[in-house]
Design a protein around this ligand. Structure first.
Ligand code: NAD
Length: 716
């Protein structure tokens, strides 16, 4: 079956890319061979004066390279050769006999954008589905088909670096404004306009531009070597600061772009190919590519092993509790066009909740992520109430009331008396076992946990927690709805802390034990930032709220005994009345508006070590905190809390910000090796008895030389 069809009419060849049996178009060796054939055919046909590249898919132009092919590279040199082959292909678009027009509607990513950049003219369909990006750095790679060379020459150095170093999506309108594309039209006329432009190009009515021969383009600062040096230096400094040196592809991308400015065009392409090859064999790209496969496989998983009824449609939801979490849940639901019936006990609370929903949506409007029309539409989807009117046709209810079992039981009973038969009751509890909440239900098979993270509209993860009684259809519907809200969903079994808070507990406790011993707050936070977490553990405590952390620490301690005892420091600091950021007093100082300042030195008086501080190396801090978390993640696999190691890694990366370049805690086990890890844990356990006892499964894996993931081929 062929991916390309070529139709020549009136001097224009229209090449339609429509990969059979796939939702999106991707470049693979087979597709590239087809392109070569199409180019040959078009070049030979003297009647053809211009050509159009268009997609046969409704949502995608070209999504980039087929990632499966990256797994087949045998060496860096092999990957470099593939990149050079990509250059040859793209240069045929740019340098061939006939000028090409890229007619772009939907996602135009990676190799798709690189192909477009090699065309003489680019038109985008004015649709929310149209996004253009070079996302290679998100896989630990750099653009390998000319992107680091043609993009800066098309949009200027600063815009190009911003795109290449972040991989971010650029929408149609922005693409037009920055000069990334030449024209924007309604998708319905995209094809016709593209054909007309190809004719004009062929007839010389539009000048044929070649990005890589037009020389440097951009703002004044970039057009002289001194100004460019400043731009590169600033970009390098910013990159190092943000990535802490953990993402080599960022620096490689900068080097590739710089090579195109400092040397000849050929030097630029050669450097790009060489660095693409090198990056394809870094440990970082291996982990980021794993995360890509893991999230892709998770998207197809409804969280049910064996047969399950298909997910039921959820056209409306009820949310109980219009507080912090309830408002976040209502807002993300409205963003997806799902109406929300929003209930609290008092009118003032409902008004406050509606105000909070409005704030979230307003923020999107201010950032131009939605139009005013969409803002009004979404806001109108949330209606408030203090009774149960409007709940009789709600297929899914999510409760976010006070964290109190008696209150939860009361709302289960009240809600079930009005909900339609078969409705799902989801609880957003963070610490109460789901089966305990279900005790008040007439039908526990309809009760499930939906553990959102705060702030709900920003945090990508949703933990769906199931009890042995939760019906498979309920799980599938809940997972599908969570995904509709834009969340990455993992399904975990009901146990104290579920998964994310369970692995967080020993990590936070260990940070507290370091404080008990007299280690400085900033030393702990800095060590873990350097390890790759987005915030340090002590800052995290302040963010979560010390009271909340104290309560959940106590629950974990009563469930797991000595192993998960909170630090003495936490209890003592809570006793001083400090609440963290929300009380503007915690381990750190906060100003009137809640902005974080330095460490509050007076907090040390409440720690067991008092004002005497000890020095500890970052390496030791990292060893204790990270391995405490890793060992606990292994226990969650062992105890069947996780359905697969994949979910444990995704949950840690998306729920806690576990460093993506490490792949996740279970990937860390495979990286270190089970036997070596057991030895390191035993050494820690000898010093801190009980806290680092290696998980049984880890010992088993060490004996059998086992790993969580396959060592060759697809990682998941
Ligand atoms: P919150 O105090 O901001 O909001 C709770 C709301 O529930 C209040 O507005 C209260 O008036 C309302 N309420 C109490 N009883 C009610 C009833 N019978 N019917 C309707 N409304 C009622 O609390 P929150 O931070 O939004 O937490 C809500 C739930 O979410 C808790 O179970 C909590 O453990 C969980 N959770 C919180 C977080 C977090 O970071 N705050 C994260 C995950 C889960």
């Amino acid at each position: 079956m062929s991916a390309l069809s070529v139709v020549v009419h009136d001097g224009v060849a229209v090449v339609t890319f429509d990969l059979p049996g796939e939702p999106v178009n991707k470049f693979s060796k087979a597709v590239i061979a087809e392109f070569v054939t199409a180019f040959d055919q078009i070049e030979r046909d003297a009647s053809v004066k211009g050509a159009v590249l268009i997609s046969g898919k409704s949502d995608t132009f070209i999504a980039g390279a087929d990632i499966d092919q990256f797994l087949e590279f045998t060496s860096a040199a092999d990957a470099t050769r593939e990149s050079a082959a990509g250059h040859t292909l793209m240069s045929r678009l740019e340098e061939g006999r006939v000028p090409w027009v890229a007619a772009i509607n939907g996602a135009c990513l990676g190799g798709g954008l690189e192909a477009s950049l090699a065309c003489a003219y680019r038109i985008v369909g004015d649709s929310p589905k149209t996004v253009l990006a070079l996302p290679e750095v998100q896989l630990g790679l750099i653009p390998g088909a000319g992107g680091t060379q043609r993009l800066p020459r098309t949009v200027g150095l600063q815009v190009a670096l911003d795109m290449i170093l972040t991989g971010k999506n650029v929408r149609a309108k922005k693409a037009l404004q920055t000069g990334l594309v030449d024209e924007m039209v309604h998708p319905n006329i995209l094809r016709d306009v593209a054909i007309a432009r190809a004719k004009d190009l062929g007839a010389g009515k539009i000048a044929r531009k070649r990005a890589h021969s037009t020389g440097a383009k951009g703002a004044l600062l970039e057009n002289n070597p001194v100004g460019r040096a400043v731009v590169f230096r600033q970009a390098r400094e910013m990159t190092m600061k943000k990535s802490r040196g953990h993402y080599p592809a960022l620096l490689a991308a900068l080097d590739a772009v710089a090579a195109g400015y400092h040397g000849t065009v050929a030097d630029g392409f050669a450097t790009e190919a060489r660095l693409f090859g090198e990056m394809a064999f870094t440990a970082v790209s291996k982990q980021l590519i794993f995360l890509f496969y893991a999230t892709t496989s998770l998207k197809k998983d409804l969280g049910v092993s064996g047969d399950a009824p298909p997910p039921a449609p959820v056209g409306k939801i009820g949310v109980l509790g219009t507080g912090f979490m309830g408002a976040g849940i209502a807002a993300v639901s409205a963003m997806q066009g799902v109406p929300v019936r929003f209930k609290d006990t008092k009118h003032a609370a409902v008004a406050k909740g509606l105000g909070a929903v409005r704030d979230v949506l307003k923020d999107r409007l201010t950032k131009k992520q939605i139009t005013r029309h969409q803002f009004e539409d979404q806001l109108s989807l949330v209606s408030g109430t203090v009774d149960y009117t409007g709940f009789s046709n709600v297929p899914l209810l999510i409760e976010a009331v006070f964290e109190d079992l008696a209150v939860k039981h009361a709302v289960v009973r009240d809600a079930e008396s009005v909900l339609p038969p078969g409705a799902i009751f989801a609880t957003n509890t963070s610490t109460i076992p789901i089966h305990r909440v279900a005790e008040a239900s007439r039908d526990p098979s309809r009760v499930v946990g939906m553990h959102f993270f705060s702030p709900v509209h920003k945090m990508p993860l949703l933990e769906v927690i199931v009890t042995p009684r939760t019906a498979p259809g309920v799980i599938a519907t809940t997972v599908a709805f969570g995904r509709k809200l834009g969340k990455t969903v993992i399904v975990v079994n009901d146990a104290p802390g579920f998964y994310v808070n369970r692995i967080l507990a020993p990590y936070i406790n260990e940070a507290g034990k370091l404080l008990d011993d007299g280690v400085r707050i900033e030393a702990i936070d800095k060590a873990m930032l350097d390890y790759g977490f987005p915030v340090g553990p002590v800052t995290l405590l302040d963010e979560v709220g010390l009271d909340v952390a104290g309560k959940s620490g106590a629950i974990m301690a009563s469930a797991f005994g000595d192993r998960l005892q909170p630090s003495a420091t936490l209890g003592k600091v809570i006793a001083t009345g400090r609440l963290g950021r929300k009380g503007k007093k915690g381990f750190y100082l906060y100003d009137e508006r809640g902005k974080k300042g330095g460490v509050d030195e007076s907090v040390y008086a409440a720690t067991p070590a008092g004002s005497s501080r000890i020095e500890m190396s970052a390496a030791e801090i990292q060893e204790r905190l990270s391995l405490a978390m890793v060992n606990e993640a292994v226990r969650c696999v062992e105890e069947g809390i996780l359905r697969a190691p994949r979910d444990g890694d995704i949950g840690a990366v998306f729920g806690i910000g576990f460093p993506p370049f490490r792949g996740g805690p279970l990937r860390v086990v495979d990286t270190i090796g089970a036997a070596a890890l057991v030895a390191r844990l035993e050494a820690l356990n000898a010093r801190f008895p009980g806290r680092f006892e290696p998980a049984g499964l880890l010992r088993e894996m060490a004996n059998k030389n086992g790993t969580f993931y396959p060592t060759t081929g697809k990682p998941v």
